[in-house]
Every structure is written in structure tokens, then in C-alpha cells.
Design a protein around this ligand. Structure first.
Ligand SMILES: Nc1ncnc2c1ncn2[C@@H]1O[C@H](COP(=O)(O)OP(=O)(O)OP(=O)(O)O)[C@@H](O)[C@H]1O
Length: 255
């Protein structure tokens, strides 16, 4: 059991967990020079909750997200997505699981420039030959709030609008969880606020489970909960964060 798990007071969980990681350890390298990027991390993410992962540079945030999402293998420990232990799956099964059950949002928006916003949102479903639920599309379009701009090319959209298109694309397939890796890293603060508000609304209004890695205490304050890593260990968490409480914990972690 991790030092954090032993010390933490139990917190009320609003809903059953969608993602559960148990005793996750990730060691990079071998023969002499190894890095223990994750050290027995146990954490779970409740349905419909928006959680931020924070910690100093090199604390293991990206590694944790990659292991949770089946983008990287683990050295030991398990990750469950719903009833599926993803740490046991083969590459082909993982590819399908990522395509069908997980949404991704990255720092770079990764929109195709020759397709309109709406076509970009619909593209993964088309590639997977998945029928799009028109009611869900309409709901997401309403939450995205792009209006007429849905028919514009990405080049005619602001950075914040482009990232909202990327989030809408991630949400359309009704994934069990959306992983967002520094989604506001390329945005000015106003556009960042738009995207974060949208992620928060998708959790509140659509019941979407969202897990976001960020360096920014203001971004983390949009989440329902912030978990903190240091040296590959989960060392703290805050429910109902504000930018001030998050900054305060970060300063303590880095001192
Ligand atoms: N492919 C790799 N090979 C070797 N070491 C790695 C690899 N990826 C990450 N690491 C090491 O694992 C540790 C955790 O890295 P990780 O990128 O997860 O941290 P982070 O908290 O996301 O950092 P940052 O905030 O700087 O992005 C670091 O010491 C890093 O150097």
C-alpha cells in the first residue's frame, strides 16, 4: 500500500469508479540506470467526476495518464476500466479499447484542416463505422456552443474553439472516460477558460468522467478533485479545489 493510501482519510465517493488503478508501478530503463516513474500508485476516478492530476515536473503525471489509458505498459499493478482489466490486454485489444471506450484530448488539437468542425467531430465515428446518435450529437453541439462555426474549417476558428471541437470529438462516442493531457497548454487564458468550462460542463451535464493532467492551478480549480503526485507517488488530494488551495499544496510539495 502506498504511503498516501495508508495516511489518507476516506473521502465520500459520489459515484462508483469508472477507472481503478491498484499499486501501479512503472520503471523505465534497465541494467544500471532505472527510473521509478510510478511507485505503487492506487487511485480511482468516479463516474461523472472531473479530476486533475498535478505535481512537480517529473513527478509521473504523464506516465500515470499513459498507463491509465493503455498507452504505456506497467511494470506491476493493475488498471481496470469498468469491468475490463486493461493491463492484461494485448496490443490489438488495447487499440480497440482506446478507440471505442476512451476519449483523448491533447495539447495540440489534432484537427484535420480540410474538414469542417462538424466533420472533424464526426470523423472517429466514421472511421470506426460507428453509428452516430443524432440526439447525442445535438446535445454535444449545444454544450460546445459553436453554432454556425460548426461549418467552418479549423483555420477560421480561434484556438479555444478548435480545442472545443477536439473535446466534442472526444465526447461524441460516449467514452467511459476522457483523458486530457495539458488541454490548455497552447491556449491564452481566455480560450483556456472556455475549454475548461466546457470540460466541467461535460462532466456536470453529460455525466462524462474526465481526467486531466495540468501544470496550472487555475485550470485544476475547474475540476471536482485534484490528486497530487511527487516522485511517482500519490501524496495528496483536494476536493472542491480553488486555485489558491491547489497552489498552496503545490508549493508545499515542491519545498
Ligand atoms: N520513456 C522514458 N524513458 C525513461 N524515463 C522516462 C520516460 N518517460 C518518463 N521518464 C521519466 O519518468 C519520470 C516521470 O516522467 P513524467 O513525464 O511522467 O513526469 P511528469 O510529471 O509528466 O513531468 P512534466 O510535468 O515535466 O511533464 C521522470 O523522471 C522522467 O524522466
Amino acid at each position: 500500500m502506498s504511503e498516501y493510501a495508508a495516511a489518507a482519510a476516506p473521502q465520500p465517493s459520489p459515484a462508483p469508479p469508472v477507472v481503478v488503478a491498484r499499486d501501479l508501478t512503472k520503471v523505465y530503463g534497465g541494467a544500471g540506470s532505472t527510473v521509478r516513474a510510478l511507485d505503487e500508485v492506487s487511485v480511482s476516478f468516479a463516474r461523472g467526476a472531473f479530476t486533475a492530476i498535478m505535481g512537480p515536473s517529473g513527478s509521473g503525471k504523464s506516465t500515470l495518464m499513459h498507463c491509465l489509458a493503455g498507452l504505456d505498459t506497467v511494470t506491476s499493478g493493475t488498471v481496470h476500466l469498468g469491468g475490463t482489466e486493461i493491463t492484461r490486454l494485448r496490443d490489438r485489444e488495447l487499440t480497440l479499447l482506446r478507440r471505442d471506450r476512451i476519449g483523448f484530448v491533447f495539447q495540440s488539437f489534432n484537427l484535420l484542416p480540410m474538414l469542417t468542425a462538424e466533420q472533424n467531430i464526426l470523423l472517429p465515428a466514421r472511421i470506426a463505422r460507428r453509428r452516430t446518435d443524432p440526439a447525442r450529437l445535438a446535445r454535444i453541439v449545444e454544450v460546445v456552443g459553436l453554432g454556425e462555426r460548426l461549418h467552418h474549417l479549423p483555420s477560421a476558428l480561434s484556438g479555444g474553439q478548435q480545442q472545443r471541437v477536439a473535446v466534442a470529438r472526444a465526447l461524441l462516442g460516449d467514452p467511459e472516460v476522457v483523458y486530457a493531457d495539458e488541454p490548455t497548454g497552447n491556449l491564452d487564458s481566455r480560450s483556456g477558460a472556455e475549454v475548461l468550462g466546457f470540460l466541467r460542463d461535460s462532466a456536470r451535464d453529460l455525466g462524462q468522467t474526465v481526467v486531466m493532467v495540468t501544470h496550472d492551478p487555475v485550470a485544476a480549480a475547474y475540476a471536482d478533485r485534484v490528486v497530487f503526485l511527487r516522485d511517482g507517488r500519490l501524496v495528496d488530494e483536494v476536493y472542491g479545489p480553488t486555485a489558491e488551495t491547489v497552489l498552496d499544496r503545490l508549493v508545499k510539495l515542491e519545498s
